[in-house]
Design a protein around this ligand. Structure first.
Ligand code: AKG
Ligand code: FE2
Length: 618
């Protein structure tokens, strides 16, 4: 499989289970999250018990006469209320298992599948050799006393028997005689205990939301094609209240909403350097899922996924795995972190570095790339990735020099040659002892946000830049929309438009450079360089009209208006933490430190053109 390939898995035995304590409005069947807007409110239906379902797809499926939710609904059922309360106090695995059982019963009521076929397929898929009570006792086992372990397992055995009694009492009331007879073999303690054990062993936490940290603007080629949900899938948690998986998840994952139980999870081995991650499609009433390759996977290489959260140290991961699977991991990442370096080949080091980079563990990635380069100093792909990791840590100067060095090694490298051309296109500004500039300005905030006020660039130059950019866009078949990954603008890089580049370099040397040096107190003899500079087009009627809140890549950023705010409605650069929107007039710019959170306010009519530049000191 190549990196990013998605492999769909066909299986009828997949279950999505909503985390019951989830306070948000989530469909109990497909886990879709509903917002507060009127459209969302109209698209779900609330059962009297409080659970909600998508009105169109999931409600007819789950709430029909023998739908899984109707089978388990606590409304007007004393035993069911007691069951849920008991599970809350003992183990949530019992609730999840009841849902799985109800889904099996519901599927049976719809087709002619025999009970024995369902039982057989369950044991083939989930291999229920392990007793839940022992699995759960091990999951909570911090002491080494075997008798204590056995004592706990006995208590847990009583718990599952009590839970089953309550559930069975409800199901006995719920079904008529004919249905009971038909389902008899499934309404069996052994089957229920097998389901609980499968959940304990194999269910993985899944989430649907992205992180709330403001993204950084990065170009796609710098970061590879990271899958957006990387951190959110494929982590497994002990489903037992004594192991605080709420805390485990809340601390380590940005957000999540439930669990997936699927046969494929039983087939792949765990690795702390996994080759795939599981993805579930939660928009349909039926669960569809598959796995996505996180890197190139050789045909002979066994596929692996993670069954624990990966953001912890090797000792914490060892402890989780021991509790979960009764063994420790010997993957290359664990060997590296245990400082057993002899077991890690240079190729594995490279892979670990790339993994660390994708997961945002940049200092670890830097060290790994460094060691990889000791073995092979001329690997230009590694040099490229090494630069990206340095850049992500704000080491702009070092990153650019590594790329320049790498370009000298391989002048045919596509990305490196593009970067080289860009670097040599932009003039550097050499900071002086006493910079001179004639721009008047206003201070917007004590956090050093400055707005120029006397048209740093003439309005006629601005309109000629717009005309040239539009002509350039027409010639090349349109504006660029994918130069930046997480926060994309509709833009054109300045270094690709020669006449604009010439004028930019003049203005940068005469106005912008001295202004930045003076306002931000940059030492003399330091070079101020351009990491990226581009013309952005916001169009209210077509394409992009706003930019989400983010931080930039550089030491300083500027946003320069190429047309006047009267030519559009809305717009401007917003600094949400300062509760301020800055709207420079044509030819003026706002300058700030790139780490300040900011965004582009939506325009509601007209077109807004700006120049954005990210600058760094070298
Ligand atoms: O629209 C704006 O004023 C902000 C643009 C910006 O922050 C960017 O392109 O990085
Ligand atoms: Fe920005």
């Amino acid at each position: 499989m190549s990196k990013g390939d998605f492999h769909k898995v066909d299986s009828s035995t997949n279950f999505l289970l909503l985390q019951k304590n989830s306070s948000r409005q989530t469909c109990g069947n497909c886990l879709r999250l509903f917002g507060n807007c009127d459209d969302d409110k109209a698209s779900f239906i609330r059962c009297d018990c409080g659970d909600i379902f998508c009105r169109r797809d999931c409600a007819p499926h789950a709430m029909r006469e023998l739908g899984w939710h109707s089978i388990l609904c606590s409304n007007r059922s004393e035993p069911m209320l007691e069951f849920y309360e008991y599970c809350r106090r003992s183990s949530e695995s019992f609730t999840f298992a009841a849902k799985v059982l109800a889904q099996l019963l519901s599927a049976m009521s719809e087709c002619e599948t025999s009970v024995s076929k369902i039982q057989l397929s369950w044991s083939e898929q989930f291999d229920p050799r392990h007793k839940w009570s022992e699995l759960a006792a091990r999951a909570n086992w911090e002491c080494t006393d075997f008798y204590e372990f056995v004592r706990r397992a006995c208590i847990l055995e009583h718990q599952i028997a009590d839970a089953w009694d309550l559930l069975k009492a409800h199901l006995n009331n719920r079904f008529d005689l004919e249905t009971k007879t038909r389902f008899a073999e499934l309404l069996d303690f052994e089957m229920y205990a097998d389901i609980v054990a499968s959940i304990q062993r194999f269910a993985v936490a899944i989430g649907t939301e992205k992180t709330t940290i403001p993204p950084t603007r990065q170009s796609p080629s710098q970061n590879g094609d990271t899958h957006p949900a990387l951190a959110h899938y494929g982590s497994k948690f002990d489903i037992h209240p004594k192991v605080s998986y709420h805390c485990a998840i809340m601390n380590k994952l940005p957000d999540y909403c439930g669990f997936l139980l699927a046969p494929i999870l039983t087939k792949f081995q765990h690795s702390c350097n996994p080759s795939v991650q599981v993805e579930a499609n939660s928009t349909l009433s039926q669960v569809k899922y598959g796995y996505i390759a996180l890197r190139e996977i050789d045909q002979m290489e066994p596929i692996s996924l993670t069954t624990i959260p990966l953001h912890s140290s090797v000792s914490a991961r060892d402890a989780s795995l021991l509790r979960q699977l009764g063994k420790v991991c010997v993957c290359s990442r664990c060997s590296w972190e245990r400082e057993d370096f002899g077991r890690v080949s240079p190729e594995q080091m490279k892979q670990l570095a790339l993994q660390a980079q994708e997961e945002g563990r940049y200092s670890e990635a830097e060290l790994l790339f460094h060691c990889t380069l000791l073995h092979n100093p001329h690997d230009t792909d590694v040099l490229h990735a090494y630069g990206v990791t340095l850049l992500s840590q704000g080491k702009w100067k070092l990153a650019h020099s590594i790329w320049q060095l790498a370009f000298k090694v391989d002048k045919a490298h596509l990305w490196l040659s593009k970067q080289f051309n860009k670097d040599v296109s932009y003039a550097a500004y050499l900071c002086r002892k006493c910079p001179e500039y004639y721009v008047s300005f206003q201070t917007i905030s004590i956090d050093e946000i400055y707005l120029t006020t006397n048209s740093a660039i003439s309005p006629s130059a601005c309109s000629s830049w717009i005309k040239t950019a539009e002509a350039h866009a027409t010639n090349r078949g349109g504006w660029d929309t994918d130069r930046h990954k997480s926060v994309a603008t509709t833009d054109l890089p300045i270094h690709e438009i020669p006449s604009v580049l010439r004028e930019w370099n003049l203005i940068f040397g005469q106005i912008i450079g001295p202004f930045i040096q003076e306002r931000f107190r940059v030492d003399g003899d330091t070079n101020l360089r351009v990491h990226d500079a581009f013309i952005v087009k916001y169009d209210a009627s077509d394409g992009q009209c706003q930019l989400p809140v983010h931080t930039d890549q550089g030491h300083f950023s500027i946003t320069l208006s190429l047309n006047d705010p009267i030519q559009y409605k809305g717009g401007g650069t917003i600094f949400p933490e300062h509760e301020f929107i800055v709207r420079p007039k044509c030819g003026d710019f706002v300058a700030f430190r790139s780490y300040l959170t900011h965004g582009g306010v939506p325009i509601t009519s007209g077109v807004r053109y700006i120049v954005v530049a990210f600058l760094y000191l070298s």
